[in-house]
Design a protein around this ligand. Structure first.
Ligand code: DC
Length: 223
């Protein structure tokens, strides 16, 4: 059994950035579960399935072969054998992932994959249901948040840096909608585990947040 760090929180709170820094500093594996839901959303989009058609999604998702491998510490997500990392980072795929991820069969399939990846490794895993559902026995559980405007600003910078044209007010509106969808769904909604520590990253640097979480690891390891 390895050591597990679970980081949950809403879209744009900085989970993946922080998790990557922690993984590098501690020599842990980083598992980005949102990327798996995004790859599944891409599959469903490519199949032309209506995101509201739960029955079609629950049936069709079984045909998506989603696998993870690591290259120089970077997580590569493959969908039916194709590396889809460069296709899943758009706002459109993120919104689609929020709509398709509530489906039972999608979650069953991806949670199994996540638990398998974490089985014998030291991992830092981020998502929405890691502390509550995927790794309920994680040694460290963090609920990472930030105000919606701050999160929108971060997403805006990320997207414009990649050359995408976007509007910050629309991004903020979509973030609020996405939080609502993720928090109110029936199966494993976004919520903090009872034993999670809240960290608000609104006015903290990446290093400060990473060090705060690493501090919890040291405390925990010392007993
Ligand atoms: O973290 P992200 O933006 O890449 O996640 C995209 C969507 O995937 C998110 O809106 C909800 C879903 N998701 C989930 O349901 N459970 C997870 N553990 C991770 C992501």
């Amino acid at each position: 059994m390895g050591y597990k760090i679970a980081i949950d929180g809403p879209a744009g709170a900085g989970k993946s950035t922080i998790a990557k820094v922690i993984a590098k500093k501690l020599g842990f594996i980083y598992v980005d579960t949102g990327a798996m839901y995004r790859a599944m959303a891409l599959f469903i989009m490519n199949e032309g399935i209506d995101p509201k058609d739960a029955e079609a999604i629950n049936n069709k998702c079984k045909e998506a072969d989603i696998t993870i491998r690591y290259e120089n510490g970077e997580q590569i997500v493959c969908l039916n054998g194709e590396n889809v990392n460069s296709l899943i980072r758009t706002q459109q795929v993120g919104n689609m992932a929020s709509l398709t991820s509530p489906n039972k069969e999608v979650r069953k399939k991806l949670v199994e994959l996540q638990q398998k990846l974490a089985a014998d490794a030291d991992v830092v895993m981020d998502g929405r249901d890691i502390g509550t559902c995927v790794l309920p026995d994680a040694e460290v559980k963090v609920f990472l948040t930030a105000g919606s405007r701050v999160r929108a600003e971060r997403r805006y910078k990320e997207l414009t840096a990649k050359g995408e044209t976007c509007d910050i007010d629309i991004i903020e509106k979509e973030i609020i909608e996405r939080d609502h969808q993720d928090m109110t769904r029936e199966i494993s909604p976004l919520k903090a585990a009872d034993d999670a520590t809240f960290v608000d990253s609104s006015y903290m640097t990446i290093e400060e947040v990473a060090d705060t979480i690493i501090g919890m690891v040291s405390c925990n390891k010392e007993g």
